[in-house]
Design a protein around this ligand. Structure first.
Ligand code: GLA
Length: 378
């Protein structure tokens, strides 16, 4: 990928730039908790977006996406927003840096990636973090701190892409560290690295290749439900709510809002339990909690779908330690914690059974916990 980017950059712009990369992410547990002030437990993975970038002395950005095979130019003012979705991510990063008082001038860029799209691995956060990190290095002498780099990515989603997301994906992509997961407290923004050594186990994703296109914005709607309940309970976010408080007010809210909040409140404790279990090397408890999360995401939060529920059932039948839908939901992949001695059998069974029912095999994506945003030595 690096060679290809360098060759194309030279061809298009007749010079050399600096290489940067950032990664997609997994999340072991703590789903839909970030925008509720709760805990998440993600890590960056060995699937990344890489870009070669060089300032061009103008106020115009010129970018080529190798994977989409498309070239776009845009200026740096608000009215210069490009129409291509992929370019809006980069434009948004430029604008959010400028809005915060940072500097961005014209640059040339070529980028490519191997983060599967639409699988729930946050390819968009990888793209945002790669450019935020690069523009901090190229134009701001690395004076923008890493939390702000993550927030710049998050605001790009809010203001230029219509997704009212939390901070998890961009945080993981910016702060990711090889062999470590990170427990982030999304209320205080304090975080801790947890070495992830699952000896005797493997982490593997099964991408259903299903993306349910939903008309209304279901992610933003989930968030609105949570905010409504928090308001009703008189707390800032659901992080500060308990199951007792929720049950006391059950008759004051819709059944839908009740179940959304019930999931979020339960998930908060599960993240803490998983961290404790991981420190003790108790992977079986980690797995048990992952199944509980799946159940909650499927029944209470309603962000799963039949295909993902089926992959979860297969994992359970095969005796896989832990399995659940990962990411925002409505398709994408399951994350599975599998004992080595079960791995081949599980993968074979999942591929066969899923294909029998849905006509195609899920894509198997083994993951290694890796570094997040960084400069790439050429
Ligand atoms: C998406 C969002 C994140 C987070 C997850 C669900 O990935 O971008 O902020 O809310 O969904 O945990």
């Amino acid at each position: 990928m690096q060679k290809k980017i360098q060759t194309i950059f030279k061809e298009k712009f007749g010079k050399e730039g600096t290489l940067y990369a950032s990664a997609g992410r997994i999340n072991l547990i703590g789903e839909h908790t970030d925008y509720n002030g709760g805990f998440v437990f993600p890590g960056a993975i060995d699937k990344e977006i890489m870009a070669e970038i060089a300032p061009n002395g103008t106020e115009t950005v010129r970018v080529f996406s190798i994977d989409i095979n498309e070239y776009v130019e845009f200026g740096l003012n608000e009215e210069d927003a490009p129409s291509q979705q992929w370019a809006r991510y980069i434009f948004g990063i430029c604008r959010e840096i400028i809005k915060r008082g940072g500097k961005v001038h014209g640059f040339d860029a070529v980028f490519a990636g191997n983060v599967p799209l639409g699988a729930g691995l946050s390819s968009s956060a990888a793209l945002e973090s790669c450019f935020a990190f690069a523009l901090n290095d190229l134009f701001n002498g690395n004076t923008i701190d890493k939390f702000d780099l993550a927030r710049i990515g998050q605001s790009t989603e809010h203001n230029y892409c219509g997704v009212n997301c939390g901070i998890m994906d961009q945080f993981a992509s910016v702060f990711g560290k090889k062999d470590n997961l990170m427990r982030l407290d999304c209320r205080s923004m304090e975080f801790e690295y947890f070495p992830f050594k699952a000896d005797g186990y493997q982490l593997v994703l099964l991408d259903s290749k299903v993306k349910h296109a939903l008309v209304d914005s279901p992610y933003n709607k989930r968030r609105q439900s949570c905010e409504r309940v928090a308001k009703l309970l008189g707390v800032k976010t659901l992080r500060d709510a308990t199951m007792e408080m929720l049950n006391e007010h059950r008759s004051d809210m819709t059944a839908e809002d009740y179940f959304r909040a019930k999931y979020v409140i339960a998930e908060k404790q599960r993240v803490l339990d998983v961290c404790d279990a991981l420190v003790k090397g108790d992977l079986e408890t980690v797995g048990k909690k992952m199944y509980e999360t799946h159940e909650g995401l499927s029944k209470d939060y309603e962000v799963s779908c039949v295909e993902l529920d089926y992959l979860n059932d297969i994992a359970k039948e095969c005796g896989v330690t832990g399995s659940r839908i990962m990411g925002g939901g409505f398709g994408g992949c399951t994350i599975n914690l599998v004992r080595n001695n079960l791995y081949d059998k599980f993968i074979e069974t999942a591929k066969r059974k899923f294909a029998e029912k849905y006509g195609h095999e899920p894509v198997v994506i083994p993951v290694v916990i890796s570094d997040g945003a960084h400069k790439v030595e050429a």
